[in-house]
Design a protein around this ligand. Structure first.
Ligand code: GCB
Length: 602
């Protein structure tokens, strides 16, 4: 466990000499923060002139200096304060037409004042920046973070001034072959400070992180840990759940860590009763509050057990795409719109594809009682043999788990999507699985995998060797769309090598809302409906199926989808259009889910 805590406190970012770096602060909702959202001054910099000199060496006088001419003769070729603004949070692509296809660097600047009180520390926290962020305060580099969908923070206690702070971030969303994700994906490479930015104020020694969950396999025993950061590491820490009249004290060791374990008679969290408890973690020098649900999740043979009882995951896949306005979703309202549409469909489960979504999604899923599959963007053709790619994937996995490990809603961590078989891939993904299990031994591990036909051309065989290492099998298939016509599904049988539960993590067909025709005409709502009807009857025949996640809740932007008048750079497999209109297929799935819930006669 010590090793685990050490791992968690390892830096998620590359810090610079003068800046303090402590790893991620896990729960920023539970403490005092000051929002830096709003308009930021920005400079578009396709040649990275503000970063490299003309010999392609990092420049000492880059835009991060935020310099101003001191005399009328001074030569300075940039000026944040008269440059254009962009809104944070928000992708840059959908804020200005000329940025729609832009991939490269944009510099962001925010000025702020801050009166620091004695014995407090200050951090600047980013919900996410896609894809690489270089962060500077008052001309000093704080550090670099790689990975577009997970949070990071830097300590600025010693650098912050009372007035006129200049916070500058270089955000670069250029795709790279060795990155995670790699060069090709089926979603838009939205760049920018896509999630909230805030200042987080803490006491000198504070509760940086904690894991408070039911022990694996137990419905009565809570087990976990608390981790302090600061100079007074040896403290008494109390974990309280006032509603359950629980208050248990522990002593942190010289590293600021304490194991916690105690019995608790709690109402368990479930989709029918998403009970959350106020949990207070009180150290001598700090106090943090959270809302935590308690439930168990396990498998037994081909069953998935929630709180010891078999369940079927009635799911849907969701991209982090904003309803109505397009672009990256980032707000609580966006999360509520998407999750309530999913609820209307009849779900108890969502697959948040293909990267960690913003924290509102997880917090609202907790409140609404929707179980979650959360994944990292290890997608398609990652460079399996490159150690830096593995390190990057592990880091994104660690940041995802660090942020969301106390959310009852999350039941599955997924390692990868549709990755082609090879030994190098297997060894890479095994390392990710080991890493995930070392950070959180309570949740199920999965991956969305592929399958193949046996010689009879109608038997789908699931035998990916990765199946040995996961708890639940995820499988993507497009019978009726990429694979034959809809009626083909009637002839397909499914076999699996493993005695494990299967979730059909993707299936679907594409149609823009309002495009009508007969059931065999591509791109029509009728074709999509037809494909879903045959899919549903096929799914009902799979004995080891324990969940379904149609692709996808809402249409989303994708550069791989150029067909004019139909796609216009959108993947139109949504059951709902990006304007909220429900397509015919929505009602096919809704009816299936009603049947599954027993609301309709079978
Ligand atoms: C897939 C991918 C998903 C794509 C989808 C499609 O298998 O996992 O990212 O968007 O197919 O629409 O082709």
């Amino acid at each position: 466990m010590k090793a685990l805590i050490l791992l968690i406190s390892l830096v998620a970012v590359v810090p610079c000499a003068r800046a303090q770096q402590i790893g991620l602060i896990a729960n920023t909702d539970g403490r005092k923060t000051i929002s830096l959202d709003g308009q930021w001054r920005t400079i578009i910099d396709p040649y990275e002139t503000g970063y490299y000199d003309y010999r392609y060496q990092p420049s000492a006088d880059g835009y991060f200096k935020d310099a101003k001419p001191k005399t009328k003769s001074d030569l300075i070729e940039y000026d944040f304060d008269t440059s254009e603004s962009l809104k944070v949070p928000g992708d840059w692509n959908t804020q200005q037409e000329r940025l729609l296809f832009y991939e490269g660097t944009i510099w962001y600047k925010k000025s702020f004042d801050y009166q620091r009180k004695e014995n407090t520390r200050l951090f600047v926290y980013f919900g996410a920046a896609n894809y690489i962020a270089d962060v500077y305060l008052n001309g000093e580099k704080l550090g670099r973070h790689e990975g577009g969908f997970t949070p990071f923070n830097f300590e600025i206690t010693k650098l912050v001034r009372d007035t006129g702070n200049s916070l500058i971030v270089k955000v670069d969303n250029k795709r790279r072959r060795d990155a995670v994700p790699t060069l090709i994906t089926d979603w838009w490479n939205y760049g920018g400070l896509t999630r909230q930015v805030k200042l987080v104020e803490t006491p000198a020694t504070f509760v940086q992180d904690y894991f408070i969950q039911l022990q694996k396999g137990s419905r009565e025993r809570i087990s976990g840990w608390v981790k302090l950061n600061g100079s007074k590491l040896n403290q008494k820490v109390t974990v309280g759940i006032p509603e359950a009249r629980i208050s248990k004290s522990f002593t942190t060791d010289a590293n600021g860590s304490a194991q916690i374990t105690f019995d608790a008679d709690l109402t368990l969290w479930s989709p029918d009763n998403p009970k959350l408890y106020d949990v207070v973690i009180e150290a001598e020098t700090d106090q943090v509050q959270d809302q935590i649900g308690f439930r168990t999740i396990e498998t037994r043979g081909t069953e998935i057990l929630l709180n010891g009882r078999p369940i079927f995951l009635r799911g849907v896949c969701i991209h982090e795409e904003a309803p109505f306005r397009g672009g990256r979703a980032y707000s609580r309202e966006d999360a509520l719109t998407l999750l309530n549409w999913a609820k209307e469909l009849g779900v108890n489960f969502v697959r948040l594809a293909h990267y960690p979504h913003n924290e509102f999604m997880l917090r609202e899923a907790d409140r609404l009682g929707i179980m979650v599959w959360s994944e990292i963007p290890v997608y398609w053709t990652i460079l399996w043999e490159n150690p830096a790619t593995l390190e990057n994937a592990q880091n994104q996995l660690r940041e995802m788990i660090t942020r969301d490990k106390n959310r009852a809603a999350v039941i599955i961590w997924s390692m990868a999507n549709e990755t082609p078989l090879s030994n190098a891939r297997l060894s890479f993904l095994k390392k990710l699985i080991d890493h995930a299990r070392s950070l959180d031994g309570t949740r199920l591990i999965s991956a969305a995998m592929e399958r193949h036909y046996l010689n009879d051309t109608t038997t789908q065989m699931i035998d990916d060797p990765l199946g040995e290492y996961v708890d639940v099998f995820g499988c993507n298939e497009y019978v009726g769309w990429y694979d034959g016509l809809p009626e083909k599904a009637d002839r397909v049988e499914w076999k699996m090598k493993y005695q494990k539960p299967l979730i059909m993590t993707e299936f679907g067909a594409e149609a823009p809302y309002g495009n009508h025709g007969d059931p065999l005409t591509r791109w029509t709502e009728e074709y999509q409906e037809n494909a879903y009807q045959h899919q549903v009857s096929m799914l009902k025949r799979i004995p080891f199926l324990r969940g379904t996640c149609p692709w996808i809740l809402m249409d989303f932007r994708s550069p791989r989808r150029p067909l004019p008048g139909i796609q216009d750079f959108h993947n139109r497999k949504g059951l709902i259009s990006d304007q909220g209109e429900k397509k015919k297929a929505f009602f096919v799935m809704q009816r299936y889910y009603q049947e599954l819930r027993g609301a309709l006669p079978k």
